[in-house]
Design a protein around this ligand. Structure first.
Ligand SMILES: Cc1cc2nc3c(=O)[nH]c(=O)nc-3n(C[C@H](O)[C@H](O)[C@H](O)COP(=O)(O)OP(=O)(O)OC[C@H]3O[C@@H](n4cnc5c(N)ncnc54)[C@H](O)[C@@H]3O)c2cc1C
Length: 389
C-alpha cells in the first residue's frame, strides 16, 4: 500500500512560494488559539457593521488563504495552476443569510451561470450549491418539521423546488456533476428529500447529483441503509458526498436549547467509526453508488484508497472522487493527484463580506480540533526546513 504518501511536503506545497508558507504559518498560529478566534471574530463582525476598513485586511490574510477571489477572473490563475498538478477545482459562490425571493432567484441564476461558464473546462467537473442560498432557512425548517404551510409559504416552497430542478437539470444538460451541501439538522430533512427527488430525476444515465451525508450524525447510517434498500431496484443511481459535518458546536447548543436529543455522535471516535462504516457501505453498494470523500482526515483518505485497491478499482475511476477545501490539507490533495486519484478543491469565491461566515466557520473549525491545525503547522514548517536544507 502506498502508505504515508501524505507526508510528501514537496509535492504538497509545490505551488506555494516561501512567503505563502510564512503567511499560512502565521494564520494557523492564530486560528489554533480559540480565544484569539473568538476575539477576532467578534472584532471583525463589529468592524464590518461599522463599515470600518476591515475588508482590506481580511482580503490580504485569511481570505487570500481560503478563497479564490472576488470573481471568476480572479480565480482563474489558481484554477489553472492547480490543474497543471491534476487537481480540479469546484467553484463555490458563497452567499449566506439571503431572505427574499428576489435574492434566491439571483442566487439560482448565479449557480446556472457558473455551470455554463465551467461546462467546457476540464479543470472544473463539479458545481456546488448550498440549499438555503436558494430558499428561506425557516421554510426549510418548516418543511423538515412537516408543518402545515399557508398559501404564501406553499408558493414559496414550490419556487424552492423549481430552483432545485432548474440547477440540477441544467447540470445534467451541461454534463457537470452537482454537489448539494448539507446544513443544520433542523433543515436537513427537507434537503434530503429534495436531493433524493433530484437523483431520481437526473441520475439516470450518469450520476449527476450528489447529496451530502454528515457522519457526525448518529442516525445517518440507518438513513443510508433505508434509502439503499427502498430504491435497490430502481433505475437511478445514488451520488453521495461523505463529510463529518461542520456545525457540531451549533447543533449541540441548539439541541440543548430546544430540549431534544443532540443529533451529533457523543465522541469524535464515534463520528470516525460512523464515517468508516459509511465508507464501507459505499463499497458494498458500488454498483448503485458514486461517491465523493470530502475530508481532511488522513486515515479516512487512506481507508478509501485501500478499499479501492481491494476492490480492484483503478485510482482514476470516475466513481470515486476525493475533495478538500482550498487552503487546507494540501498534503492530501496534491499527493492524491500525483498518484492518479480524482481529486478536487472547493474554491469559495465572491465579495469579502459574503465570505465572512464561511471564514469564521473555517477559523472556528481549526480552533476546535487541535489535531488538524497542528498537522497543518507541522507540515508547513517541515517544508520550510526542507527548502532551507
Ligand atoms: C470538500 C468538502 C466539502 C464539505 N462540505 C460540507 C457540507 O456540505 N456540509 C457540512 O456540514 N460540512 C461540510 N464539510 C466540512 C466537514 O463536514 C468537516 O467539518 C471538516 O471537513 C472536518 O472534518 P474532517 O473529516 O475533514 O476532519 P477531522 O479532523 O477528522 O474531523 C473533524 C470533525 O469531526 C467531528 N467531531 C470533532 N469532534 C467531535 C466530537 N467530540 N464528537 C463528535 N464529532 C466530532 C466534527 O464533524 C468535526 O468537524 C466539507 C468539507 C470538505 C473537505
Amino acid at each position: 500500500m502506498d502508505n504515508k504518501i501524505f507526508d510528501d511536503t514537496q509535492i504538497a506545497f509545490k505551488m506555494k512560494k516561501n512567503f505563502h508558507l510564512y503567511n499560512a504559518i502565521f494564520l494557523f498560529n492564530i486560528i489554533t488559539r480559540k480565544i484569539l478566534v473568538t476575539v477576532f471574530t467578534n472584532l471583525t463582525l463589529v468592524m464590518l457593521k461599522l463599515n470600518l476598513p476591515i475588508k482590506w485586511i481580511l482580503k490580504r490574510t485569511i481570505y487570500k488563504h481560503f478563497c479564490g477571489g472576488v470573481d471568476l477572473v480572479e480565480c482563474k490563475e489558481i484554477i489553472n495552476e492547480m490543474y497543471t498538478m491534476n487537481v480540479h477545482s469546484i467553484l463555490d459562490y458563497s452567499v449566506e443569510g439571503q431572505k427574499n425571493e428576489l435574492s434566491f432567484d439571483k442566487s439560482c441564476k448565479k449557480k446556472i451561470d457558473i455551470i455554463d461558464s465551467v461546462s467546457k473546462n476540464k479543470a472544473i467537473p463539479f458545481a456546488v450549491f448550498k440549499p438555503t442560498s436558494i430558499g428561506r432557512y425557516d421554510l426549510f425548517k418548516m418543511v423538515s418539521n412537516q408543518n402545515q404551510l399557508n398559501k404564501t409559504e406553499n408558493d414559496e416552497w414550490l419556487n424552492v423546488v423549481e430552483r432545485f430542478h432548474k440547477i440540477c437539470k441544467h447540470a445534467m444538460k451541461m454534463n457537470i456533476k452537482i454537489l448539494i451541501d448539507a446544513e443544520e439538522y433542523e433543515v436537513q430533512k427537507a434537503i434530503d428529500d429534495l436531493s433524493l427527488e433530484m437523483m431520481i430525476n437526473y441520475n439516470i444515465n450518469d450520476v449527476i447529483v450528489y447529496n451530502t451525508i454528515q457522519l457526525y450524525r448518529w442516525d445517518r447510517l440507518d438513513y443510508l441503509k433505508k434509502i439503499l434498500k427502498k430504491y435497490s431496484a430502481s433505475e437511478f443511481n445514488f451520488g453521495f458526498k461523505l463529510v463529518r459535518g461542520a456545525y457540531m458546536e451549533k447543533e449541540r447548543l441548539m439541541a440543548k436549547k430546544g430540549k431534544y436529543k443532540s443529533p451529533i455522535c457523543s465522541t469524535k471516535n464515534d463520528t470516525d467509526k460512523n464515517f468508516d462504516n459509511a465508507v464501507e457501505l459505499m463499497f458494498d453498494n458500488l454498483k448503485k453508488i458514486d461517491f465523493f470523500v470530502a475530508t481532511h482526515n488522513e486515515n479516512s483518505n487512506y481507508k478509501v484508497m485501500k478499499l479501492m485497491k481491494k476492490n480492484g478499482l483503478q485510482n482514476s475511476t470516475n466513481k470515486i472522487w476525493f475533495g478538500q477545501l482550498y487552503g487546507m490539507s494540501d498534503n492530501i490533495t496534491f499527493n492524491l493527484a500525483k498518484n492518479g486519484y480524482n481529486v478536487a478543491k472547493i474554491l469559495p469565491f465572491g465579495p469579502v463580506e459574503n465570505l465572512v461566515p464561511y471564514l469564521i466557520r473555517r477559523a472556528q473549525e481549526n480552533s476546535s480540533f487541535e489535531g488538524q491545525s497542528s498537522r497543518e503547522l507541522s507540515l508547513l514548517r517541515k517544508e520550510l526546513l526542507r527548502r532551507k536544507a
